[in-house]
Design a protein around this ligand. Structure first.
Ligand SMILES: Cc1ncc(COP(=O)(O)O)c(C=O)c1O
Length: 395
């Protein structure tokens, strides 16, 4: 692989570390590490003109991906997902430039495939063979699939109310599934203890540096699919925040590569009314978020009461001139139905949340009807049948 990676860097204190060692959080301040690259070197070959002939998955941006050894790339064809113009849905809202990036068509049915392909590949390159993670559902399915492909051992710690499909797929992929009577944060503590006791490498999101590198490719794709322009607004359903943080990182990298200028989309962070730590911090003008008490929402991916990358999400939202808002579960389900009926995309409730949020922002005038807006449908509703089935059938 023609990777231009040079080192890791702490997102808060800026201390640098080698990418050639297995690292998790910054040892000094416990904050996430980002992969850094030789951008001048990458810009020589990662040019706009070079893109059409490249492989049709997220590894097409190989200069800006962390893996150096091709034999360690563990791929199931993740990324290169469609960016549709949502004409009928847009028309119903009076919008001419509404776009949906459909991540539900990824391997394992969600955008988590990107992050886990990158993380499992790097773990493989570093010689790690036993992985663990806490997960609300989709990430565990993705880790288990990539670990299966790589011949690695996978341990999953999942809240017992996670969607059934996620539990089943982990078992099918041969992972060791442990159901936890608690929230994702409780699962995180148990996963960390298991890592310590049994010599497992914990790939919790943003607590290892490379899942963000996979997810950032959504940003590269959006820009490439818009012919190297940025949209006006990107609406993102936020749990741990890795996706929104990754896209924001990608935009800075693309400016350095000469793909775009200083212009940026307004980044919109959507959370559920029943679990909104980052939205609360945004409203209170805080740099870090407080853990959200008694988190509840049917969107399992947004049931994340505390996130180690909270300040990075808040930075992206504020620096971009975007906003953070909540929607409730009824609005999400209603939006799932309308995205399905108008567009033939059966979105996860998290994807529905982006449409519900857009409608609120159109009503307040924070988004104009003539703007180019990208909704990120992060997964497929087919993973949520036990949760969505009863409420959709009610209608
Ligand atoms: C379908 C779906 N959407 C959104 C999210 C939240 O993702 P992030 O951690 O990038 O905020 C998740 C996380 O589990 C998810 O599964």
């Amino acid at each position: 692989m023609n990777s231009s990676i040079t080192n890791l860097e702490c997102t808060l204190c800026g201390t640098t570390y080698p990418h050639t060692e297995a690292m998790r959080l910054c040892p000094d301040d416990g904050k996430p590490l980002f992969a850094r690259y030789d951008l001048e070197k990458a810009a020589q070959t990662l040019t706009k003109d070079a893109m059409p002939g490249r492989r049709n998955d997220m590894w097409r941006y190989e200069e800006m991906m962390p893996v150096q050894d091709s034999a360690s790339v563990i791929s199931l064809g993740e990324g290169h997902t469609p960016l549709f113009t949502a004409e009928p849905l847009g028309e119903s809202l009076g919008m001419g430039k509404l776009l949906i990036k459909d991540e539900g068509v990824n391997p394992t049915g969600s955008f988590k495939a990107r992050g886990l392909s990158a993380a499992v590949s790097m773990a493989h390159q570093l010689g790690l063979r036993k992985l663990t993670m806490p997960s609300a559902g989709n990430a565990a399915g993705a880790m288990s699939a990539y670990a299966a492909k790589a011949g690695m051992e996978a341990h999953v710690f999942m809240p017992k109310d996670a969607p059934q499909a996620n539990q089943l797929e982990c078992v099918a992929y041969g992972a060791k599934l442990n159901l936890v009577d608690g929230f994702i944060t409780d699962a995180g503590k148990i996963s960390a203890e298991a890592a310590e006791q049994h010599g497992l490498f914990d790939v919790s999101t943003l607590r290892e540096p490379y899942r963000a590198e996979g997810k950032k490719t959504m940003g590269y794709e959006i820009v490439e699919q818009l012919n190297f322009e940025v949209p006006d607004v990107i609406v993102y359903p936020t749990g741990g925040g890795t996706g929104i943080v990754g896209i924001w990182k990608a935009l800075d990298e693309m400016e350095a590569l000469g793909w775009i200028g200083e212009e940026r989309p307004r980044m919109v962070c959507v959370q559920a009314e029943g679990c909104a730590p980052i939205v609360t911090a945004y409203r209170n003008d805080e740099e870090f978020a407080e853990p959200f008490p008694n988190p509840h929402t049917l969107a399992a991916g947004m049931r994340v009461p505390a996130a180690v990358g909270d300040f990075l999400v808040l930075r992206a939202v504020r620096e971009s001139g975007g906003t953070a808002l909540t929607v409730n579960d009824d609005e999400m389900v209603d939006a799932v139905r309308r995205m399905s009926e108008f567009e033939g995309i059966f979105p996860a409730p998290e994807g529905g949340a982006t449409l519900a949020a857009l409608e609120r922002l159109l009503a307040t005038g924070e988004v104009r009807k003539d703007e180019r807006v990208v909704l990120l449908n992060t997964g497929s509703a087919l993973k949520y049948m036990d949760v969505l089935g009863p409420v959709l059938a009610d209608a």
